[in-house]
Design a protein around this ligand. Structure first.
Ligand SMILES: Cc1cc2nc3c(=O)[nH]c(=O)nc-3n(C[C@H](O)[C@H](O)[C@H](O)COP(=O)(O)OP(=O)(O)OC[C@H]3O[C@@H](n4cnc5c(N)ncnc54)[C@H](O)[C@@H]3O)c2cc1C
Ligand SMILES: NC(=O)c1ccc[n+]([C@@H]2O[C@H](COP(=O)([O-])OP(=O)(O)OC[C@H]3O[C@@H](n4cnc5c(N)ncnc54)[C@H](O)[C@@H]3O)[C@@H](O)[C@H]2O)c1
Length: 448
């Protein structure tokens, strides 16, 4: 049977784009469907605009320390509307460069939502196309709790289109998104309250890291309500009234309420049953370690498979899929040492096992080294900002299982350490390494 394409990719986020470009480079005839903007969640309503806002918020924090460094009173005015307009202009530029890259690679771009007709046929805006292999890379969307008044809330998607900065922001969910936005919005002067069902924010991270970030943000007057959730939301003349339930039962008044309670796969509107593709309990596409679905010609990567919802993971899954299927070089991602960061202030980053996970696996042979200190930058200021670093090691050889940090440049420092940890270094290897002085990173080399 002949097909219109060798590979059809559904979704032009980081996963879909990486697969399409890599496959085209190998001479595969590729088409890609995208129903919104090229770049997906990461570029248009995730990592990229988020990081621009983090940078904007950093000016406000730097301003607080400037006087301690000899600057006279710095009177700045922040114009959110102007700023967010220039962010969106930049994003349009990035979308345009993706368009050019795809065109140059000979990849056909079809605008619209794709649905399955059968295992080899898709329909996009009334047009039917056939493909030998199909890759589903449709990403995810925010989930929202089913409570009265949820229609008054917004998600991270709308945070990038706020017409003005709210004075009072309530955030339901203290995971990556809730914590990052709490930090940015607080720096801009918003009064922020975070409500989470957990005892502490950032579930899944090492407890010292969770405590370090929560302590740092609390010092900046962000309020955390733990072991609690939102029961209902009402509209009033004074703002939105959010009633909490759990450890704390109270009414919080807010101008904006952000819901950041996790994300679910975009698998509802694909007509997957027509291709008999199996889904898991959370609506995720079930795949094996090579990203194969139960249909031999259909594959899935990225957030829609609900493995690890991070851009570099989606890209790795996509390139491994192309190498395995078209490069004839079977390759599968390893999820053991996926580094990740929370771009709050203080910033947090981790790679490898948390202390709790390590103790679960190796019991008493696990040892931890930690240090909490005031970084040099803050020693000249009034701010009581602390950094935390932690090593989780195992056995006589003290093999490093995990590295965790809260503090400036945590993401960059942990990214570099991730290479070494993956290679199986020991604590002695860190001790034997000569540091760069004066830095925060050198503290990892002198722990005892
Ligand atoms: C606020 C926020 C901040 C984030 N920050 C970070 C960060 O700092 N670092 C990090 O690593 N990760 C971050 N992430 C996560 C990251 O964005 C995702 O893990 C990543 O985008 C997943 O890539 P993907 O290709 O699987 O899906 P997506 O990027 O979601 O792309 C899927 C694409 O498929 C399209 N699509 C869906 N259905 C169809 C259809 N039927 N037909 C055609 N097209 C379709 C969608 O429109 C979308 O463009 C963040 C996420 C959010 C929400
Ligand atoms: N810096 C980054 O790499 C980055 C940034 C943003 C998002 N992301 C990705 O996007 C994913 C989704 O982010 P997210 O923050 O929405 O999810 P998350 O899973 O990180 O956090 C959700 C939080 O909401 C809490 N929660 C769940 N239901 C609740 C309820 N009803 N009431 C109160 N709290 C509730 C949970 O306890 C948890 O702390 C992340 O898991 C991550 O993979 C990554």
């Amino acid at each position: 049977m002949t097909f219109d394409y060798d590979l059809f990719v559904i979704g032009a986020g980081p996963g879909g784009l990486a697969a399409a470009k890599k496959a085209a480079a190998l001479g595969v005839r590729v088409a890609i469907a995208e129903q919104e903007a090229l770049g997906g969640t990461c570029v248009n309503r995730g990592c990229t605009p988020k990081k621009f806002i983090v940078y904007a918020a950093d000016f406000a924090l730097q301003n607080q320390s400037a006087q301690s460094y000899g600057w006279s009173d710095c009177q700045w005015h922040f114009d959110w509307t102007l700023f967010i307009k220039s962010v969106h202009q930049k994003l349009e530029g990035i979308q345009h460069s993706f368009l050019q890259q795809l065109q140059k690679a000979g990849i056909e771009i079809i605008h619209g939502g794709a649905t399955f007709v059968d295992a080899h046929t898709l329909e996009i805006e009334g047009r039917k196309v056939t493909a030998d292999k199909i890759l589903i890379a449709v990403g995810g969307h925010p989930v929202q709790p089913d409570i009265p008044g949820i229609e008054y809330t917004i998600t991270s998607r709308e945070m990038f289109h706020l017409p003005y900065l709210p004075k009072r922001l309530a955030i339901i969910g203290g995971g990556y998104i809730g914590v990052e936005f709490s930090s940015m919005m607080n720096a801009f002067g918003c009064e922020v309250t975070v409500i989470d069902t957990g005892e502490m924010i950032l579930s899944g991270f090492d407890d010292d890291i969770r405590a370090g970030v929560q302590e740092g943000l609390s010092k900046r007057k962000i309020r955390f309500i733990s072991n609690s959730t939102a029961k209902e939301i009402k509209f009033s003349d004074d703002g939105l009234l959010l009633t909490t339930t759990g450890d704390k039962e109270e009414i919080i008044t807010a101008d904006t309420i952000l819901v950041a309670t996790g994300r679910a796969p975009n698998t509802k509107n694909l007509d997957l049953e027509k291709a008999s593709v199996e889904l898991g309990e959370k609506g995720e596409i079930k795949v094996d370690e090579y990203s194969r679905t139960n249909q031999e010609n259909i594959f899935a990567v990225g957030d829609c498979t609900n493995r690890v919802q991070l851009t570099p993971v989606a890209i790795t899954e996509a390139t491994d899929f192309v190498n395995s299927v078209f490069g004839k070089k079977p390759q599968k991602p390893s999820y053991d040492f996926v580094a990740s960061a929370v771009f709050a202030r203080p910033e947090a980053a981790s790679v490898g096992m948390s202390e709790a996970k390590a103790r679960e696996k190796f019991g008493k042979s696990v040892k931890c080294y930690r240090s909490k200190f005031q970084p040099l930058f803050y020693q000249l200021t009034e701010q009581d900002e602390q950094a935390t670093i932690k090593l989780v090691v195992e056995g006589e050889s003290e093999k490093v299982l995990g590295v965790h940090m809260v503090g400036e440049h945590a993401a960059d420092i942990i990214q570099s350490l991730a290479v070494a940890i993956r290679k199986g270094i020991t604590k002695q290897d860190l001790d034997d390494t000569i540091g760069i002085h004066p830095t925060t990173a050198e503290e990892f080399l002198t722990l005892d």
